[in-house]
Write a protein that binds this ligand. Structure first.
Ligand SMILES: [Ca+2]
Ligand SMILES: [Ca+2]
Length: 257
């Protein structure tokens, strides 16, 4: 009788062990499948990235390169600019789009120069706004997922612009903007203290990382440069993709591509 009881207990222990082993295998299988899926997603999202291709204007520098004195200037880059990766299909959404700003009457040039596609550093290619904090604002016309903003302020002589703040917002009044760049280290512009560095202007333009932030409007501030008090803009490009609002718009976007 005692032997039969022992056998019954042994059999129960054995069955329990099998059930546990099966459950463990299932859980482990699920976990490894999830890990594999996430690895696949990571690999596929990385393979969807391509280097941002920019059409650069001709190099131009009037006079000689000068030393700039600023306690917030970044170190000079050595070698070529590393590739900036963006998702495939990313385009310049700012081209020919409407520009407004803090000063409707520029000293030289017109608002439209900011997005007219002319990036050359030749005389007459930049729009110039007066002293003090000024901004320009580009209306992309649709809420867009933005990956990079590229700025050419002025590169005919060596200079770095002050209080450069770049923001993205879905509201034209920028009530709750997302700031993607801010080199106003002492908050003189009153938009918050920025951690980014001032940089020397170049014909290569400055690529600002936007990280896929969504918005329809892009606003760029500046407050003169190390050369003078004028706020120059040669061109601004905004790289991204419109955000499809519904399947109809998605289909339309795909057809357009
Ligand atoms: Ca232009
Ligand atoms: Ca400042």
């Amino acid at each position: 009788m005692k032997g039969a009881m022992q056998m019954k207990q042994d059999s129960f222990v054995f069955k329990t062990a099998i059930v546990c082993a099966c459950l463990c295998a299932m859980v482990s299988g699920t976990v490894s499948a999830q890990a594999s899926d996430s690895k696949k997603q990571e690999t596929s999202s990385k393979s969807d990235l391509v280097p941002l291709e920019l059409e650069l204007p001709k190099f131009v520098l009037i006079g000689t390169e000068k030393d700039i004195k600023s306690n917030n200037l970044e170190k000079k880059r050595k070698g070529k600019r590393p590739p900036f990766m963006v998702p495939k299909g990313t385009v310049n959404l700012a081209l020919k789009k409407r520009v407004s700003g803090s000063d409707d009457f520029p000293i030289i040039g017109e608002m439209g120069y900011v997005t007219d596609g002319d990036k050359e550093g030749t005389h007459g290619s930049s729009v110039e706004f007066g002293p003090g904090l000024q901004h320009v604002q580009i209306d992309l016309e649709k809420t867009s997922k933005i990956h990079a903003v590229v700025i050419w302020h002025f590169f005919r002589n060596t200079c770095a612009f002050k209080d450069v703040v770049v923001q993205v917002c879905n509201d034209p009044d920028f009530i709750k903007p997302t700031t993607i760049f801010n080199n106003d280290h002492n908050n003189s512009a009153g938009l918050g203290r920025g951690k980014d560095k001032e940089y020397i202007e170049s014909y290569e333009g400055r690529i600002i990382k936007a990280g896929g932030v969504e918005g329809r409007y892009v606003r760029l501030y500046s407050n003169g440069s190390t050369a003078d008090d004028i706020n120059h803009y040669i061109e601004v490009e905004v790289y991204g993709k419109p955000v499809p609002r519904d399947s109809k718009q998605l289909a339309l976007t795909e057809t357009e591509q």
